[in-house]
Design a protein around this ligand. Structure first.
Ligand SMILES: [Mn+2]
Length: 249
């Protein structure tokens, strides 16, 4: 584990609150578990402050245990935190496939197979049978617990606190935060990442992996590519301070 403290800035969150935002997990329940332990240790030292966890989405796909990540997030978070769960484009793939099985190929090309395997779906058998997408959907519907579906269908698009807004991918420059399109919040990259204009609040986001967290005047990216690099990052905000908490394997 490593813990890197950063800096004091003019952007703030309200007094009496501590916020932890957690980047893209992608099935790495092992790293999520370690990071939550680190956050709990940190939070134990801050006393009576209101403690909030904000998860930036992409809980599933690519990594080995998407089922375990959804289970942990939906049932086993520590009691002392309020929690907000944002939707990532990978949760959208999963939901699109359940609504319309012709999304199967798109989902599989984007790391859906380990998700199906984590839920116990017989992917090899379906492939050998040359099963239609509808049969894959039926197998997944039978495998995924109802409470996981409820969790995945009730994720938030954005969350705001103090001078910060939290989203999965980013925001479209020039569009007010309350008028952002769902597709941009889930998918945007270059127009957002390149923009140097203020967005109204500091945008904390995931979606585009970098070796280290990225801090700009208008945004903070905390997707450190857990599934590729073994590094999962949380941003801790308290009044005018920013700290990164990280675990690495
Ligand atoms: Mn993403």
């Amino acid at each position: 584990m490593k813990k890197a403290t950063f800096e004091s800035v003019t952007a703030t969150i309200p007094a009496g609150e501590v916020v932890y935002a957690i980047g893209d997990i992608h099935g790495r329940v092992d790293l999520l578990h370690e990071l939550l332990t680190l956050i709990e240790q940190d939070a134990a030292a801050v006393g009576k402050a209101r403690k909030t966890l904000i998860f930036l989405g992409d809980y599933v796909d690519r990594g080995p245990d998407s089922r375990g990540v959804v289970e942990l997030l939906s049932t086993r978070l520590p009691d002392e935190f309020d929690a907000h769960f944002l939707i990532g484009n990978h949760e959208q793939f999963l939901l699109d496939f359940l609504d319309d099985p012709t999304w199967l190929d798109v989902w599989l090309r984007n790391g859906g197979e380990p998700t199906l395997l984590s839920y116990g779906v017989d992917v090899g058998g379906l492939e050998r049978q040359g099963a239609e997408p509808g049969a894959w959907r039926e197998a997944f519907r039978e495998a995924i617990p109802e409470r996981h579906l409820h969790f995945l269908r009730n994720l938030e698009l954005q969350y705001q606190i103090g001078d910060y807004v939290f989203v999965h991918a980013g925001v479209r420059p020039g569009v007010p935060l309350d008028e952002q399109r769902r597709a941009d919040l889930l998918w945007i990259r270059h127009e957002f990442l390149r923009s140097q204009e203020p967005f109204g609040k500091i945008v904390v986001h995931g979606h585009t992996p970098e070796r280290e967290p990225v801090m700009r005047s208008n945004r903070i990216g905390i997707d450190t590519g857990a599934v590729f690099t073994g590094c999962l990052t949380a941003l801790r905000l308290e009044s005018g301070t920013r700290t990164f908490l990280q675990v690495a394997s």
